[in-house]
Design a protein around this ligand. Structure first.
Ligand code: MRU
Length: 374
């Protein structure tokens, strides 16, 4: 089947929603720390509380933190105006820039967050009119990003499904589904599309350490969508591949560097090594917003450490409290291990720096068209 012949289903869950105008609206976030047991919605009226929730992973995954950050910037603009409604345009923009920094810095590894803040600050600078009009333009930009990511998921789903069809047993690592964006996800998008189009699929979801995103979140959303699956320990992946039990691996990304290196949830590199050893295709699905053409390679990406979370999830009570945890949240998979990269503009096998440069230019053109159409 061709990409356009596949069926794109509704997302089984949506992690965030904005309600209202820039003046009186608020951001609603599904608290992912409480899933799968509790579906609790949090309401945010200030940028500071959104920053807290990005840091404690109530909202998580590369595109979702970019979108949440863009809405947080609207709340920051409102906060600046609430402090002094008589600010001149240059004073307002300068205070907005200061308020934006902690949003951009809330988490270091996924490029979507700082990239969204940088882009929307630039749009604020270029927007005509008063501070109030700039705040309204920031909300329009955040809603534009929200819609863009939703559509990107559908396109990734169709392209990925066309590439993967005939491969039924798929392994994924971490959670890169509907919970990480506003559509049907990145790595899980082709899986949802294959399933909705009547193809047989079975998903092995690595539990994912240290925060159990696979066990708690991937299993939760696959169950909601009725996709057959099993959760396994991260350390079971290589053995399953050795026995011939996996037809392809598909994962998301927090950043794809200029040379094609992929930064994703810790453990992704081990999965990629095992896939190469056993001739299993290793596919990365990511929207162009995750492409960072300004960072040369994976070694230049800041890797977040989460020792407190690691202790909470990894260390049983019987172990002394003073035990040190080594807890990088992400790792780097070299480009050479990637069989194919799927984005909203297509699939490339063996991505190289020339292609990624062309994709980065395409991403800029798409954003410009989107801004002009708003
Ligand atoms: O620490 P998290 O849960 O935010 O990490 C998320 C991941 O590593 C995902 O695999 C990644 O963001 C890709 S999903 C678009």
């Amino acid at each position: 089947m061709r990409p356009e012949d596949f069926t794109v289903p509704e997302p089984p869950v949506t992690p965030l929603r904005w309600q209202g105008s820039w003046r009186d609206g608020h951001l609603r976030l599904l608290d992912q720390t409480r899933l799968p047991r509790h579906e609790t919605w949090l309401e945010h009226h200030t940028a500071e509380t959104v920053i807290d929730d990005i840091q404690r992973l109530a909202v998580r995954g590369a595109p979702a933190i970019g979108i949440a950050g863009a809405y947080a910037l609207v709340l920051a603009a409102r906060g600046v105006l609430a402090g002094d409604a008589t600010l001149s345009r240059p004073e307002f923009l300068s205070r907005l820039g200061v308020a934006a920094q902690p949003i951009a810095d809330a988490r270091p590894t996924a490029v979507n967050l700082p990239a969204a803040i940088e882009r929307h600050l630039r749009l604020a600078d270029e927007a005509p009119g008063s501070p109030e009009q700039i705040a309204a333009a920031l909300l329009a930009a955040a809603e534009g990003l929200d819609r863009y990511e939703l559509a990107a998921c559908a396109a990734i789903g169709r392209y990925g499904a066309a590439w993967l069809q005939g491969r039924h047993r798929l392994l994924t690592h971490c959670n890169a589904g509907a919970l990480v964006t506003t559509g049907i996800g990145t790595a899980l998008a082709p899986i949802y599309v294959l399933h909705a189009s009547g193809e047989e699929v079975f998903v092995y979801a690595d539990e994912s350490r240290p925060l159990l995103q696979g066990l708690r979140l991937t299993a939760y959303e696959l169950a909601k969508a009725g996709v057959p699956h099993a959760v396994q320990a991260d350390s079971a992946a290589a053995g399953l591949m050795r026995r011939g039990g996996v037809d392809a691996v598909i994962v998301g990304a927090d950043r794809v560097c200029a040379n094609g290196d992929v930064v994703n949830k810790v453990g992704t590199y081990s999965v990629a090594l095992a896939a190469q050893r056993h001739d299993v295709p290793f596919v990365v699905a990511a929207p162009l917003s995750t492409l960072d053409a300004t960072t040369a390679g994976g070694d230049d990406v800041p890797i977040e450490d989460r020792p407190a979370d690691a202790r909470a999830y990894l260390v049983p009570e019987a172990v002394p409290a003073a035990l040190e945890a080594h807890a990088p949240a992400f790792d780097v998979t070299p480009a050479a291990l990637v069989s194919a990269l799927v984005s909203e503009v297509g699939v490339v096998e063996k991505p190289d720096k020339y292609l990624l440069k062309a994709w980065a230019e395409q991403a800029r053109a798409l954003q410009t068209a989107d801004d002009a159409g708003r």
